[in-house]
Ligand binder design. Structure first.
Ligand code: BMA
Length: 315
């Protein structure tokens, strides 16, 4: 048999990065990790923009095809508001967007960088112009949180990544439940970080929100490998039971996407691919990811290919 290189599951857009700091109508340091969703016939991104102080805010970009022709808000769409929300003192970061059909609005879980460390905050919107802040829903240190779009067994469900004060424990993906989106409990570890030399040893976290497929909730998560040359942020796949996402059906035995292109390898933080949003388009999925904490890039994948690959490559 010919030793052909394995086909990549993710195709990078040839025009990457799709949004860079020079595309912003105002001055800032970097634009990267963006939540993504479909609003009417447009794709809306809620981008993390880091200003020249080092503090992040969120800015909206809209496009008909989700690839180019981006219309970016002239001013920051949502600045941190530390006077009213002290937990936002050092910025707001890494939004994940979930449309809640039942509530007819989008829920945004984001990292609020408080004096006590990063925590998970919730906001809702109906138009990506006005946002209602619900405040912190999980205390520090916790981030990489996203809601499921529907109630599970009558309750809302959320994936997130708390960090233990015991470094040897590692940082894992947890699942929690709530009757009202405000009060969260029934916390339990769902996907543990691997150990030793694995690409996803010691520290992992959810990337975009879980995506509903016929086979289960598809999860794209990041793993952080610590090397002598610094950390490498890569991506892997998992599948959760549709009815009871506390059941892990599959987890990939290797990473599926890794920094390779210049815009992923060199930046404010080298060797990082970090998606916070993906949008299904037929059988395809558009994945929006931060490159090296500096720019915003796009990759596409076939959902059926991701799932059939995962079923053959489960640990
Ligand atoms: C994580 C988050 C991301 C960032 C990544 C790499 O902890 O803060 O926003 O992209 O680190 O720096």
């Amino acid at each position: 048999m010919l030793n052909l290189p394995a086909k990549e599951l993710f195709s990078r857009h040839p025009g990457n990065p799709v949004i860079s700091i020079n595309d912003l109508p105002y001055q800032a340091n970097t634009v990267f990790n963006a939540g993504a969703t479909r609003v009417g016939d447009e794709i809306v991104l809620l981008m993390r923009v880091e200003d020249r102080r080092g503090i992040s805010h969120l800015t909206v970009a809209r496009s008909k095809n989700g690839v180019d022709g981006w219309r970016i808000d002239a001013q920051p769409t949502r600045m941190p508001e530390p006077e009213k929300h002290p937990e936002e003192l050092w910025g707001i970061e890494d939004p994940r967007i979930t449309y809640l059909e039942e509530k007819q609005r989008w829920a945004i879980t984001y990292t609020a960088y408080s004096e006590s460390g990063p925590l998970v905050s919730l906001a809702t919107t109906t138009d990506f112009r006005h946002f209602y802040r619900h405040g912190p829903i999980l205390p520090p240190e916790d981030k990489d949180a996203a809601l499921f779009p529907v109630r599970i067994m009558g309750r809302w469900a959320m994936l997130h990544r708390p960090v233990s004060t015991m470094p040897e424990v590692g940082a894992h993906i947890w699942i929690s439940f709530s009757p009202d989106l405000k009060h969260w409990g029934e916390h339990r570890v769902l996907i543990p970080a691997s150990k030793g030399g694995w690409w996803d040893a010691n520290k992992i976290g959810l990337s975009p929100p879980p995506l509903k497929t016929d086979e289960g909730w598809l999860v794209l998560y990041h793993g952080v490998k610590t090397t002598a040359g610094g950390a490498i942020y890569r991506l892997g796949l998992a599948l959760l039971d549709l009815k009871d996402p506390r059941k892990l059906i599959a987890r990939s035995d290797e990473w599926v996407f890794s920094p390779r292109e210049e815009y992923e390898v060199f930046g404010d933080v080298d060797k990082v691919v970090f998606p916070c949003g993906w949008v299904a388009k037929g059988n395809d999925v558009l994945i929006y990811y931060g490159g090296a904490d500096t720019c915003l890039a796009l990759a596409t994948a076939s959902l059926s290919e991701l799932i059939s690959w995962l079923m053959k490559h489960r640990t």
